[in-house]
Ligand binder design. Sequence first.
Ligand code: GCB
Length: 606
Amino acid sequence: MLERSELAENALQALHDEAYDVPLNPQNLNADTLLFTGGRASRPLDGYWKFCVDLLDTGLRQKWYAMQPAAPEDRTEPWDYDPFDGETVRIPSNWAMLKEKWYFFEGSAWYTRALDIEEIEPTRRQFLRIGAAAYACKIFLNGEFLGNHYGASTPFCVELTGKLRRGRNWLMACVNNTRTLDRVPMRNTDWFNYGGLYREVALYDTPQTVIRNFAIHLVPDDSYCRIKVELEVDGPDAGPARVDIPELGLSQDIPIQNGQGEAKIPAHPVLWSPDSPKLYDVSVTLGADQVTDRVGFRQIERRGTDILVNGEPIFLRGISVHEDDATLGKVTNEADLRRRFEHARELGCNFLRLAHYPHHERAAEIADELGFLLWEEIPVYWAIDFANPATYRDAENQLRELIQRDRNRASVIIWSVGNENPDTDARLDFMRRLAETAKALDPTRLTSAACLVNHSQNRIEDRLADHIDVIGLNEYYGWYEEDFEDLARIGANSAPEKPVVISETGADGVIGPNGPKTGLFSEDYMAEVYRRQIDTLRRLDYIKGMSPWILYDFRVERRQNKFQNGYNHKGLIAADKKTKKQAFHILAEYYHQIADTTEDNKTETA
Ligand code: GCB
């Protein structure tokens, strides 16, 4: 289709208008439009979609989304792309992993698929849910623009009610992974910029009145005997809603007023903990609508420099993880997630830092089931345009979507609002507001961020520390920094009044024929760094946990020396997710020792 097309209303405008995407950027698909989907039946829309990369945004300028399907011989104008007849890709996927020519592609890409609907019930509603699209995504149905979403790693929904027709429909998504100044993250990250529709896409069919949001938790008042339920309802049915937890013999009506319902219900659940990850089936019913979840009840708090689970201080024996795979990219699956937790278990972990963006929602569900504690994070990473209100709106929306998605997960104990950001006034304001938002939305969990250290003074020097519960500290003594004793001095000089978690530490170790035998980047050197880290950290009582960097080697554009070849090699396990480096065993020995000591203490106290 060329600019002569009637679809581009003014031919020259299609070539010259640089504001072509302004009407298509309302960011109206956001936390407000997210639908709680636990227990709802869905029609998966994964599988084969038509696909075309579009570096110059020709599709938006020429309105490819308004093209009608037609055979080439029936078309009357030249066309630049046929969305109904492009290349075919399978989703979920990242295009970088599908063809070599798409490896470094940054820009828009078009996904199109047919959606056949047998019957449309006038009394039902339909919602499309995209598990994640990196980074920006515009949705079109039968040529009509329905909305767009920002943020690479949180889910979003678009309501299709009244837009779907009986028979064949055409669904299109324009996904764009360009790194720009106003995005979160911005332009520079230490992980690969995977673009695409890379988590599940599904269609939900609901009654008129839907339970849009549902949150449930143990009231954190040390009594362990009250459960709080919060509901948000959308539709004409005024309720009441009913919450059931059959195993606790609990069935309670919750009145709905102005679409909101709330109740504190007496209950004595067996508490969820890493040692005993007890979960309960919960359901909420409102008229014809029902949602379900499996939920654990526990209390997390900070007291002084301690982190407590159900009133007991805990040391977080953790490991950081990225969502990255040598062949799948950022796409994950059940086996991949379970392997991650098995490796964490082998290490002796009770804690994982899911860095640096929201991971697949199954991660927290599996952690609930297996008894791991989690740190979840939004990608406010390194340099961000902190003074830009649009950037803040994007960051806050990603935080809200993450909290809405995972707040029923007992495993999640920390919301982290950022990582290693420069200590400016604009940044302080931006991140303080994020920490306050997290607390306002969810007062039952702790907030954190990887904070800054003044290396010349050897002390934690980050004004954000006053506004969060747990001070995350990324330190690389033995790698980026030299003197291990400085680590002890940081503690002494800072005298933190809050728990400090070493949110990162580590060193690159390249194994195999490409790796050096000694010195920087060798497996031996990495092992030595771990030995010295452990020797130092075990003496520092201000540290209440650690999550070294990182479980697996991961792909990244910015590391290209002869040992790295596009990978960060700080993994305790190589990118094959099989080959363990020496450092794995060193950390495992330490964690098992601490776990045994904690067990002994518990037995003695009992
Ligand atoms: C850091 C960053 C992390 C990097 C890591 C490294 O401090 O938070 O994203 O990957 O260091 O390997 O340098």
